[in-house]
Design a protein around this ligand. Structure first.
Ligand code: PLP
Length: 494
């Protein structure tokens, strides 16, 4: 198993090398060169617990790991810091099956990968005899930041720097990040949106002289965004798990098709579902759901990616993204690994802010459906499902539910559908409590209590007592100052 850059001009790596590197030196993203096929029967997978199944799925990608090493990573990640029985429950409501990915330490699906990644990273560093401290840069639209801070908190040989868009994440997300503990964690907001943060972060990662400068200080950069392939692979496991649970619950016969609907922003989560499909999960349609920032919806409908549009801050902020990084990986796979075509499209995106998919890619896009939800539609969907089924969704999951309902009405497709449920409703409590008709609370934290009193749904431990935690990271900087912030942070550690 080797990992190649989508732009074809960087050295090939094994998983360890790709994870440490983060983003390829030609600015491409590492992808597996093949998709190993699932070899066991669905009855066998359905009988496994989550960790055993994850080992089956991840093993063929992590060939340089011994089974014991991989098992230690999985056991370290999916402990009782996940508050649900068997890590990822699948809950039937509103005619769909919700894959609840948010029972980890920060109450969003990012925990599924970021609880695992530090173990993956440190095992990989030992294998590659990496003696530098790995400085992990993260730009976040809200949820990645805290999940990464939690995951890498006090992990030896690493430090982590998180950038988030000032005033564009939820109050709960901001409070989580600004109060993050750990001797190796650094956080600042930047004046700009997520795309600004991610673009500058990528530029820093690709800045060779700067890399040498911090190399002399005993550091090297990596990324914990979904540009790192180490983020995507643990997510493949839960889609295989979802299908196995559908078989176990009698929702589908082994081998029968399902649809998977994913609320998407940077396209990492749904790409993992695509990988699961390539490995042998019987998927009919992958349904890509967007909020009002519907650049992906338009792409799937027209084959044209056009970033020349207004950016909206919405009530589903973790999906407020115009430059969706992981789409690059899909373009690579659908084009038949045509790295020259990918380079041309990504150059066009960087220079002209738009590109057009070639015929091979357009053909592949037919495996997907796509749609979007406005802010009002999100709130209506939350209220509706709560009244109908007493099931509470967060604003991001509601995007997927609304798009799924539209898809079903438009196509008549009755295929059982798994909806990726990406955050706890408490993470966006003010919006959710308003949507189910509760009076406006004083602030986001009061809304958590009100929502809890009304619904009886348990508050995740990661969101309790948030308001009283000490603010440890006060910074707010210009986007142009991100590089200096990184330099000063590293120097402060020496
Ligand atoms: C990150 C995030 C998304 C979008 O996931 P991508 O992998 O970036 O497409 C959706 N919902 C929530 C709650 C998130 O945190």
């Amino acid at each position: 198993m080797i990992f190649k850059s989508t732009r074809g001009q960087a050295p090939e790596k094994n998983l360890s090398g790709a994870v440490i590197q983060g983003i390829a030196s030609d600015k491409g993203l590492y992808v597996p060169s093949e998709f190993p096929k699932l070899k066991k029967t669905w009855a066998e997978y359905a009988a496994m617990d989550y960790k055993t199944l994850a080992q089956e799925v991840l093993g063929p990608y992590a060939v340089e790991f011994t089974p014991e090493e991989l098992k230690a990573c999985i056991d370290g990640a999916y402990t009782d810091k996940f508050e649900a029985e068997d890590v990822v429950p699948l809950v039937h409501a509103g005619g769909a099956d919700f894959l609840e990915l948010y029972h980890g330490p920060t109450a969003a699906f990012k925990d599924m990968a970021l609880a695992f990644m530090p173990y993956l990273m440190t095992t990989a560093m030992a294998k590659e005899q990496e003696d530098k401290t790995v400085c992990i840069l993260v730009s976040t639209s809200g949820d990645t930041g805290m999940a990464a801070l939690k995951g890498f908190e006090d992990v030896p040989g690493t430090c982590i720097i998180v950038f988030f868009p000032d005033h564009a994440v939820s109050p709960v997300q901001e409070q989580q990040m600004r109060t993050a503990t750990g001797s190796n964690t650094y956080v600042t907001s930047i004046f700009g949106n997520f795309d600004d943060a991610q673009t500058t972060q990528k530029a820093i990662l690709n800045d060779k002289p700067f890399g040498e400068e911090i190399g002399a200080l005993g550091y090297r950069f990596s990324a914990a965004n979904s540009m790192n392939v180490g983020r995507l692979l643990p997510q493949v496991a839960y889609y295989v798990w979802a299908y196995a649970q559908m078989v176990k619950n009698g929702r589908v016969k082994a081998g029968g098709p399902i649809n998977i609907c994913v609320p998407s922003g940077n396209f990492g989560n749904i790409l993992s579902a695509y990988y699961a499909k390539q490995m042998g999960v019987p998927v009919n349609k992958l349904i890509c759901a967007s909020n009002k920032n519907k650049v992906l919806t338009d792409f799937f409908h027209t084959g044209v990616y056009d970033a020349r549009r207004d950016f909206y801050v919405t009530n589903a902020p973790s999906m407020d993204i115009i430059i969706s990084s992981n789409l690059e990986r899909l373009l690579y796979h659908l084009s038949g690994c045509d790295d020259a075509a990918v380079r041309a499209m990504m150059d066009a995106l960087a220079e002209e802010k738009h590109y057009e998919a070639n015929p091979a890619i357009r053909e592949g896009l037919k495996d997907f459906a796509a749609g979007f939800a406005t802010e009002e539609e999100i709130l209506a969907a939350i209220g509706e499902l709560y009244r109908e089924d007493h099931y509470l969704m967060d604003t991001h999951t509601a995007v997927a539910y609304k798009v799924y309902r539209d898809y079903k009405a438009q196509t008549g497709d009755e295929t059982p559908t798994v909806i990726a449920s990406t955050a706890s409703p408490y993470k966006f409590a003010a919006a959710v409590s308003g949507a189910i008709g509760l009076p406006k609370a004083e602030d986001e934290f009061a809304a958590i209590d009100a929502l809890n009193a009304a619904s009886g749904v348990r508050v995740p431990y990661g969101l309790k007592d948030l308001k009283s935690r000490e603010i440890l990271h006060k910074g707010a900087i210009a986007r142009e100052d991100m590089k200096d912030f990184v330099r000063e942070t590293i120097k402060s550690r020496i």
